[in-house]
Design a protein around this ligand. Structure first.
Ligand code: AMP
Ligand code: MG
Length: 428
């Protein structure tokens, strides 16, 4: 039966193709101050407002000179001095040197900067130490070497982090145009699920998937919209789904397995959903459901829930309720779709290679790719990162996941990989 389900690779390819289509529908744009821009996606190209650097810049404290004259080891008269922040000065007279500080403009006529540590200074003259020579261009970044005025430095779709904020500031942008965040409805289901603030009665479970997915949605560039937990009955699910359609994307947890009270798939079908797949050959997360449902035609006009995106259909994922299953399936499949909706050009998931620090006494059952909570150490040495499995009690073991920082990937038919084996990890 399960061999009819798509493999991880097949499902991932399908999702990537879908995300690629979505990527062409750009969400609307808003302006945010650069201090609030990290985590957002650039909506317009970031362009240089002037040459970078704007003047030939010294990268050292020392003396600007002509390389040829300095290399002849003749004493050069100190003709002037420029500090960082001073307007460009000069020109440099023949047979002379110009005292200069890091970040200061190099005077016209000079073609090198010799470091302070490499010269002898006496009687207002400076001479390169005997064993040194100076090369043309040394310790100077030419005007415009990094960018010319008007050059596109970053394309739309770039995720903004500290480096992009720094570049924006350098180019004079106190605010940036970014894509509006997609609104992601998070619908948890299950008669046993109670909110975090209530004391669970015997048999009840606190809702951990809601807050977890909200955090994952934020990290993937979306705006979470947590709906009340729906009970395991058709009416409750129909009502919740009707409300959720006002979102840009829908995540449902629980109720997608084959049990008597797993009613999510039929509810989605009643809502007119089309399914891309209903199950993937992975563990945890095999019952994952991915599809689309028509959006409310008038959603854009409902007060207070104006969608920034409004494509015709609403993509949804029915994630299995076990917390680790929900997390893995979100990372593998929902996060790339969300990233595309958010306008990002780097949708993930992010895999890396690591070396197994201890033998993994795990195997992958025939025809299932496994994703096991693991801890990776990203050492400062030149070795590959080292990864070890975190002991766990199955896909309900939240504590194990909270002690992990990645998932070890065991492709189909993998048997007990040995210590030292190079393995794939899924980063999060
Ligand atoms: P289900 O996928 O509905 O069969 O649920 C599988 C397991 O996940 C059950 O043990 C549920 O109690 C648990 N579970 C479902 N939803 C949540 C949730 N929102 N938070 C924490 N655990 C959940
Ligand atoms: Mg359930």
């Amino acid at each position: 039966m399960s061999s009819k389900l798509p493999s991880y690779d097949e499902a991932a390819a399908l999702v990537a193709a879908y995300a690629g289509q979505l990527g062409r529908m750009r969400p609307s744009v808003e302006r945010v101050e650069i201090g609030r821009a990290p985590g957002r996606i650039l909506a317009r190209p970031l362009c240089a407002d002037r040459d970078q650097p704007p003047f030939a810049r010294s990268t050292r404290d020392g003396f600007a000179c002509r390389a040829q004259e300095a290399s002849a080891h003749i004493p050069l008269a100190i003709a002037g001095a420029t500090r960082a922040g001073e307007a460009p000065a000069g020109p440099l007279p023949p047979g002379s040197a110009w005292e200069i500080m890091t970040g200061a403009p190099v005077p016209p006529g000079a073609d090198a900067v010799v470091m302070l540590e490499h010269v002898e200074i006496a009687n207002g003259q400076v001479k390169l130490t005997p064993k040194r020579t100076a090369a043309v261009g040394e310790n100077i970044v030419a005007q415009g070497a990094q960018a010319r005025k008007g050059d596109e430095l970053l394309p739309p779709g770039t995720a903004i982090a500290s480096a992009q904020v720094a570049l924006a500031a350098a180019c004079g942008h106190a605010a940036l145009e970014v894509f509006s965040r997609p609104r992601v409805a998070i619908l948890t289901t299950g008669d046993e699920i109670v909110p975090v603030k209530s004391l669970p009665a015997p048999g009840q479970i606190r809702n951990s998937n809601g807050p977890m997915l909200a955090a994952m949605v934020v990290a993937a560039g979306g705006e979470p919209w947590i709906l009340p937990t729906a009970s395991d009955n058709a009416r409750a699910l129909d009502t919740a789904l009707a409300q959720a359609r006002e979102a840009d994307m829908l995540l449902i947890t629980g109720g997608v397995s084959a049990g008597k009270f797993d009613l999510v798939e039929p509810a989605l079908a009643r809502a007119g959903a089309g399914f891309h797949f209903t199950g993937v050959r992975i563990q945890p997360g095999k019952p994952l459901v991915f599809g689309e449902v028509q959006r409310h035609r008038n959603a854009a006009s409902i007060a207070g829930v104006r969608s920034p995106i409004m494509p015709q259909t609403l993509p949804f994922f029915g994630l299995p309720g076990n917390p680790v299953s929900s997390a893995v399936t979100f990372l593998l499949f929902a996060a790339p779709v969300l990233a595309a909706l958010a306008g990002s050009t780097e949708p993930g998931p992010r895999f890396a290679l690591a070396r197994l620090a201890a033998p993994a006494d795990k195997h992958s059952k025939a025809a299932l790719t496994r994703f096991l909570p693991a801890k990776c150490t990203f050492g400062a040495d030149s070795q590959l990162p080292q990864v070890a499995l975190v002991p766990w009690q199955g896909s309900g073991d939240l504590a194990a996941m909270a002690r992990s920082n990645c998932f070890l990937v065991l492709p189909e038919e993998t048997n007990h990989p040995e210590k030292g084996a190079i393995v794939r990890i899924l980063l999060y």
